[in-house]
Design a protein around this ligand. Sequence first.
Ligand code: IPM
Ligand code: MN
Length: 356
Amino acid sequence: MNYNIAVIKGDGIGPEIVDEAIKVLDKVGEKFGHQFKYDHVLAGGIAIDEVGEALPQDTVSACKASDAVLLGAIGGWKWDDLPGDKRPETAILGLRKELNLFANLRPALLFDPLAEACPLKPEIVKGGLDIMVVRELTGGIYFGKRETRMTDKGEMAYDMEIYYDYEIERIARVAFDLAMKRNKKVTSVDKANVLDSSRLWRRVVAEVAKDYPEVELDNLYVDNAAMQLVHAPQKFDVVLTGNMFGDILSDEASQITGSLGMLSSASLTEGNFGLYEPSHGSAPKYAGLNVINPIATILSAAMMLRYTFELGEEADAVERAVEKTLSDGIRTRDIMGEGCTQVGTDEIGSAIAERI
Ligand code: IPM
Ligand code: MN
């Protein structure tokens, strides 16, 4: 089969990590008889520099015309002084909204060979960790009304947390559907002791739960959830939460699985279309140095194979190749362990591709 992938390398380390994911996809194509075609388009800081805007219309059109989007990373200190509505990050938010990518899946998986990279005590994570964070991605405070202005009491700014019931319902269904294929447990995270939007969240989630009698539903306040994630991470299976809390908790979950460099993500809409990107940022300090871990991007490509192209066997092959590379002791700096060999971005990408 032929698959058309829109590719946004983006800023900082983006180009390097995307190159490794493409290397791995090409190897999958060769082994399994598929053809992946790449349409390279601009977004983020590089697009601001080259064409004067973070998210050119051509890029949106190319993404809409593709089967799936692969994204590296966006942003950097170079554009930090731009006003909020001109920053590179507006490209990511714009893509999420334009493509209606309301469901963000961030699997935090502790690979066995990386057990020692986990900062938690061995007894807390014995037997491994496998948490799927399901983050609502096109609503909440990220997209609510916002304003900064001068008042008679001084300068004032606000960002509104807004959720509609239909937005909560559709993301809850994604979480419960996933739970049915996993350990049948959903932990919904909110701040219902304080926020109206969270009280609505909790009510709608409880309604959806009635359609999934086999799934156990647990509600946690976000402060408690942050604590439980390091205290008893094995209690979690699927974590269902809003945009802002999901942003924070997914970084926390990634860190307990060893490194932010390992956390992949899929941003999905209704149907099979999706955008795939690592959960980490553009790390401009490390750009071009061949030291960054590309595994989060490679695992995001595996998610693309699984969720958009429905190529489960191929996705398994990529995940196995990652695991094999790690257990063969081939590591980037962030996940380096005793007796392992430290290699660069390019070398670990090749090692993974060779193991497919
Ligand atoms: C993420 C990032 C983005 C977010 C930024 C870059 C806008 O942190 O994907 O987690 O906050 O969603
Ligand atoms: Mn984030």
